[in-house]
Design a protein around this ligand. Structure first.
Ligand code: ADP
Length: 292
């Protein structure tokens, strides 16, 4: 029996018009649209409480939105079959690893559930990330437990890897190197990767695409280098700004009213356009502050 999968241009995950509120809470996701294409590596950026965990759980079909559609590999996320489920690796923020098990026992246990399990990869990563194979998991540090949880997700060679704040337990120095190494583990397989973080510097030289979650929507998603090249700030009179945007064919991302009928506009220039002299360069920190 051979598994039959949709063609590879089918999005790994797609959310259309998704809205979700918690009982007694406000609306966390507001008519949100988001598509993850095969092979994309996306950093999901948002402030604490912006809804990143909620979004990732909804994307995985673990939470049912009140409105909208979610598909995974083209199937409705709430009812995907086992074959599609086996193509997904998920590392929640805090995993309930079986604490009395040793890492070796834990991995042997999970191995039995997956048709593809790369023993050599799991074994290599245990050594590389300095995780004792035969020590009870409860005696490992928080960072080691987090890395073990990531090894578990990598070992079954998922086509879609979802990581919720994967470096939260690591110290600031090692975070980016570790993320880069993590992404390198799956690059050659063309795995779609999405990981959330509220720390901007985690993304530099790691995520090729950045998605900003703000006010329940993906405010912007684009390749990181394009964003830095194309996003500029402009300041001037409201009418003058409207004319300038039209002339440049720029897409306004955020307008902030200033006094005396002036405004500051954050805008994305079309690819390949030279930035006009009145444009102000925007670094990633500013972008994050303005868009989230
Ligand atoms: P993030 O991962 O970006 O920090 P979350 O998705 O965890 O954000 O939370 C988004 C908002 O939803 C927060 O205001 C949080 O308090 C609320 N929230 C999260 N989970 C629940 C829940 N199970 N019940 C009620 N409110 C929740």
């Amino acid at each position: 029996m051979s598994a039959h999968f949709p063609p590879t241009d089918t999005p790994s995950a797609r959310l259309s018009g998704v809205s979700l509120s918690y009982p007694k809470g406000g609306e966390v996701l507001r008519s949100l649209d988001w598509t993850l294409l095969p092979g994309q590596v996306v950093g999901l950026l948002g402030r604490n409480g912006a809804g990143k965990t909620t979004l990732l759980e909804t994307l995985l079909g673990l939470r049912e939105p009140q409105r909208g559609q979610v598909t995974l590999f083209g199937q409705p996320a709430a009812v995907i079959d086992d074959a599609a489920r086996a193509r997904i690796g998920y590392v929640p923020q805090s995993s309930d690893l079986f604490e009395a098990f040793t890492p070796a026992q834990l991995l042997a246990y999970f191995r039995s559930f997956y048709p593809h399990w790369n023993e050599a990869k799991a074994d290599g990563l245990l050594s590389r990330w300095d995780i004792a194979r035969d020590k009870p998991i409860r005696k490992l540090s928080g960072g080691q437990q987090q890395r073990l949880s990531i090894i578990r997700a990598l070992a079954h060679e998922p086509d879609l890897l979802v990581l919720d704040e994967p470096v939260a337990g690591l110290d600031p120095v090692g975070r980016r190197d570790f993320l880069r190494e993590l992404v390198e583990q799956v690059l050659d397989r063309g795995t779609t990767v999405v990981f959330s973080t509220h720390i901007l510097s985690d993304l530099e030289r790691v995520a090729f695409n950045v998605a900003f979650l703000s006010q329940g929507q993906i405010a912007l998603q684009a390749p990181l280098d394009e964003l830095l090249e194309q996003v500029r700030a402009f300041t001037g009179g409201v009418t003058e700004m409207a004319m300038l945007m039209a002339r440049l064919g720029a897409e306004p991302l955020k307008r902030t009213p200033l006094d005396a009928g002036r405004e500051r506009v954050l805008a994305r220039l079309p690819a390949g356009t030279a930035a006009p002299h009145e444009a102000e360069a925007v670094n990633l920190e500013d972008l994050f502050a303005e868009l989230t």
